[in-house]
Design a protein around this ligand. Structure first.
Ligand SMILES: *[C@@H]1O[C@H](CO)[C@@H](O)[C@H](O)[C@H]1NC(C)=O
Ligand SMILES: *[C@@H]1O[C@H](CO)[C@@H](O)[C@H](O)[C@H]1NC(C)=O
Ligand SMILES: *[C@@H]1O[C@H](CO)[C@@H](O)[C@H](O)[C@H]1NC(C)=O
Ligand SMILES: *[C@@H]1O[C@H](CO)[C@@H](O)[C@H](O)[C@H]1NC(C)=O
Ligand SMILES: *[C@@H]1O[C@H](CO)[C@@H](O)[C@H](O)[C@H]1NC(C)=O
Ligand SMILES: *[C@@H]1O[C@H](CO)[C@@H](O)[C@H](O)[C@H]1NC(C)=O
Ligand SMILES: *[C@@H]1O[C@H](CO)[C@@H](O)[C@H](O)[C@H]1NC(C)=O
Length: 771
């Protein structure tokens, strides 16, 4: 057994995840643009073309795509797409792209870019186990029969989370295959496993097998659909029976990310293309790139195709760019955009200062008394680096620690953007330190993490860090501290809260509705892992990770449960059910807070609210899919050209559209309304709701944003049947009497359709902004 290597890998893993949380991971990085651009240099391009002309049936789609390559070129297509998009990927020079763009049928060329990767307890926290699991087990059959496609880093197939005991074979429509070296590694749980590493810039290491060498894909797949595993824990803490959200759903695995989780657009597209062809029901996509126009965003394009052409719901992570505003990924109206929230579990590691002050921290590593005696206070040291660089923290450099004589002491380390907690812990260990207090960065606000530390550690929040540095250390001559390890506590802090890293709206590219759509558990999530962490390998392996990468598969699993319970529901109906039934308060009835500043979270922070799967199963009314012409009118309204719109809806022409639509005009369950002084001081919106039963009469209750009048007509909806659609109007205007007009204000409100028996509440959240 190679223990140091295992530890190293886990450090790498944690550093990777840390990166994805702290560094606004989702910057688009052009794969080969940096190597200079002589016009003869080839790089990967994604080329969108029109559909094969219906007059020309003598050639195949593949031949049609090939016909765009230069006639005398030695190049071949890297991949030909017809489900995720219409077009192909190829290595081309700038000049060749220039020539190709003049051909009939060409729509758009984009260079490849890189996308980045952005539970024992969560099913119970989400209420799935309540009432004897009536909804979870009976109604939704634990997600039975539903196929979740996971676009990620592959999977560790022998993990017990992926056993298929008692599972049925995949449905007859399934066309996928298993590309593990032994096809025995697939079963009725993992029904397909593919890998796409075209390695177009020659720098993407990692074998092209579906085997997960990063850890991320195993964790997300386990969260969405892992089966029940008894006695799961990390380093003996947070123990219990682990299960995914839809433990009887099938998994189809597409490995598209290599070299520590860099995912080339071309590979991501190849994965989605194959998944759609294979027959998945849902796609779970825990990756993203920073916002760009939709026609340059392959996840937006492929998701549109998935939803509109294939009826496949796409659940995607909102990104880890919080707490900054406008930091979203995947904010297209056809994607379920998922932010991250905290859960009510913590693994306690209390800092006790020599002054008697106690500070609440966390660590998954809870050393035995023989290894770390909490009764004994040790000298406390705060190493100062020669060149203090806040990006790297003060414990990133071993020399600094040695110079500061940390041997046998409790060492205060600050989090940096580019250095992880495990790196700091490893350095403190090397330098002979006895324990570490790890302080979160300012951007993390009140966040603490139950990291799998390698030495006795307490991870405390930024403000508690200031108490140590500014109050205690500054005033003590012989500062001392110890750490008290109190194990796992459930029902601790008010949860859920919006995690500080969860990306915030509004979207600058797609305004008009609220994004993210929803928050779900994404902090300190325990799920399957290929790696053992810490000094003693344990089997089975689980790890605790945080990110919107972790909340996305929770929603994918919930969507699978809803799909299993209501097989006829469209992706838009499932999305609407999730959005309109979400919670605005914690289990104790307190408003959901923002972990960054401990203020009440608004709709830009938490989307429409926190997911409530039981209520989503009984939404009463849903906002169903737009007619395709509405999407064309919307894309034209974004100012896109006919070619750009045709990437989404083939053969579109904006000149044939009489009225373009704004995002706020789409039949979306939430709305972001802009009101001006002269134009648009009043906005009339229309919505259509579909009755999914069992009630027939609804009346509206409006909670207007302050200073705004919201008038809805009619105020009562009387349905005659299930499946019937009724239209209503929403007039939004300034309340001239009660406010002095201030046109920069932004206010939050909602309206709710309430059933006659008041059991069903269908809430639409609203942001009104003065312009
Ligand atoms: C390379 O191409 C990019 C994008 O087309 C352009 O912005 C940049 O100026 C070019 N660099 C050189 C050295 O020509
Ligand atoms: C069909 O398309 C191919 C490839 O572009 C072209 O060579 C051929 O002439 C076309 N045939 C017709 C009838 O348009
Ligand atoms: C292909 O042919 C064109 C036009 O005849 C020529 O300019 C170009 O250099 C050729 N390319 C290759 C790779 O031979
Ligand atoms: C979890 O660990 C605690 C503390 O060691 C122990 O009391 C409890 O029985 C464990 N639970 C399970 C399910 O193993
Ligand atoms: C911890 O230290 C205290 C005080 O020195 C001592 O009484 C106790 O026995 C120690 N516990 C262990 C497990 O070593
Ligand atoms: C956060 O705010 C709540 C309510 O205002 C308060 O009770 C709590 O003490 C605050 N938490 C922290 C860590 O300041
Ligand atoms: C594209 O649209 C135009 C105008 O709407 C129509 O005449 C043409 O037949 C369409 N082409 C295809 C391939 O559908």
């Amino acid at each position: 057994m190679n223990i140091p290597k295992i530890t190293f890998v886990s450090i790498l893993l944690a550093v990777t995840i840390f990166f994805s949380i702290h560094s606004q991971c989702t910057h688009a990085v052009y794969a080969s643009a940096d190597k200079g651009n002589s016009s003869t240099q080839r790089r990967a391009y994604i080329i969108h073309v029109k559909k094969l002309p219906s007059t020309n049936l003598t050639i195949s789609n593949l031949q049609w795509h090939r016909s765009f390559l230069p006639a005398n070129s030695s190049q071949e297509l890297l991949f030909s797409f017809q489900h995720a998009m219409n077009g192909f990927a190829a290595m081309l020079t700038e000049e060749e792209v220039e020539d190709l763009s003049k051909k009939d049928g060409f729509l758009h060329a984009q260079p490849n870019k890189m996308y980045k990767l952005t539970t024992t307890h969560t099913p119970k926290f989400l209420g799935l186990e309540s009432g004897g699991g009536q909804f979870w087990r009976r109604t939704a059959g634990y997600g039975k029969g539903v196929i979740i496609g996971v676009i990620d880093t592959g999977i560790w197939p022998t993990h017990p989370s992926f056993k298929d005991d008692g599972m049925s074979p995949p449905p007859a429509k399934w066309k996928g295959r298993c590309d593990f070296k032994s096809s025995k590694l697939c079963n009725n749980k993992i029904i397909g496993a593919r890998s796409f590493n075209l390695n177009i810039d020659g720098s993407r290491f990692g074998s092209s097998t579906p085997l997960d060498e990063v850890g991320h894909g195993t964790h997300t797949a386990g969260t969405a659909a892992g089966t029940f595993v008894m006695g799961a824990s990390v380093l003996g803490t947070a123990n219990g029976t682990a299960s995914g959200i839809a433990p009887d759903a099938h998994l189809a695995i597409y490995n598209v990310c290599f070299s520590e989780g860099a995912c080339a657009a071309v590979d991501v597209l190849a994965g989605i293309e194959t998944a759609l062809n294979d027959g998945v029901d849902l796609l779970s996509i825990s990756l993203g790139a920073s916002e760009t126009q939709l026609y340059n965003d392959i996840l937006s394009i492929a998701s549109f195709r998935a939803v509109v052409n294939n009826g496949v719901l796409v659940s995607a992570s909102a990104g880890n760019g919080g707490p900054n505003s406008n930091s979203l990924d995947n904010a297209s109206p056809w994607i379920l955009t998922v932010g991250a929230s905290t859960i009510d579990r913590r693994v306690r590691a209390i800092v006790k200062l020599g002054s008697g002050v106690k500070l609440e921290g966390q660590s998954s590593y809870q050393p035995e008394k023989e290894k770390f005696n909490s009764s004994i206070s040790l000298p406390l040291v705060y190493p100062r680096a020669d060149f203090f660089n806040s990006d790297f923290g003060n414990c990133n450099d071993l020399k600094t620690l040695r110079d500061n004589d940390v041997g046998g002491k409790v060492v205060v380390c600050e989090g940096g953007i580019f250095s992880g907690r495990l790196q700091a812990g490893s350095n403190v260990y090397e330098a002979g330190g006895a324990a570490m207090i790890y302080i979160g960065s300012k951007n993390e606000g009140y966040r603490t993490d139950a990291t799998e530390d390698i030495i006795p550690t307490s991870g405390i929040n930024y403000y508690d860090g200031l108490v140590i540095i500014n109050d205690y250390l500054a005033s003590s001559i012989n500062p001392t501290a110890t750490i008290e390890f109190l194990g796992t506590q459930i029902g601790s802090n008010p949860a859920p809260a919006v995690s500080s890293f969860s990306s915030r709206g509004p979207s600058l590219i797609t305004p008009g509705f609220i994004k993210p759509d929803i928050i779900g558990p994404g902090v300190n999530i325990l799920a399957a892992s290929p790696f053992s962490v810490g000094p003693l390998p344990v089997d089975p392996y689980f790890s605790i990770l945080s990110g919107t990468s972790m909340s996305c598969p929770h929603l994918s699993g919930i969507a699978a449960l809803l799909k299993s319970a209501h097989p006829q529901w469209s992706p838009a109906m499932i999305t609407s059910a999730i959005i309109t039934t979400s919670d605005l308060t914690t289990a104790n009835g307190e408003k959901i807070m923002d972990q960054y500043d401990n203020n009440t979270a608004n709709f830009h922070d938490m989307g429409s609210g926190h997911v409530n799967p039981i209520r989503a199963n009984n939404p009463g009314l849903v906002y169903d899919t737009q007619p395709i012409k509405d999407y064309v009118a919307y894309l034209c309204g974004l100012g896109y050209t006919d070619s750009q719109v045709s990437i989404f809806v083939p053969n579109s022409s904006c000149s044939e559209i009489t009225n373009t639509l704004d995002g706020v005009d789409l039949n979306y369950p939430s709305m972001g309304v802009e009101l001006g002084r002269s134009n648009y001081y009043r906005r009339r919106l229309y919505r259509v709701v579909t009755n999914v039963g069992p009630s027939y009469m609804y009346k509206v209750i409006v909670s207007s944003p302050p200073g705004v009048i919201v008038d809805i007509e009619p105020k009562i909806l009387n349905f005659k049947s299930v499946g019937e659609r009724l239209k209503f109007s929403v007039d939004v205007s300034w309340d001239m009497e009660s406010i002095k007009l201030s046109y920069s204000l932004e206010e939050f409100g909602y309206f709710t359709w309430v059933s006659a028996d008041e059991k069903i509440k269908v809430r639409s959240s609203m942001v009104v902004k003065g312009i």
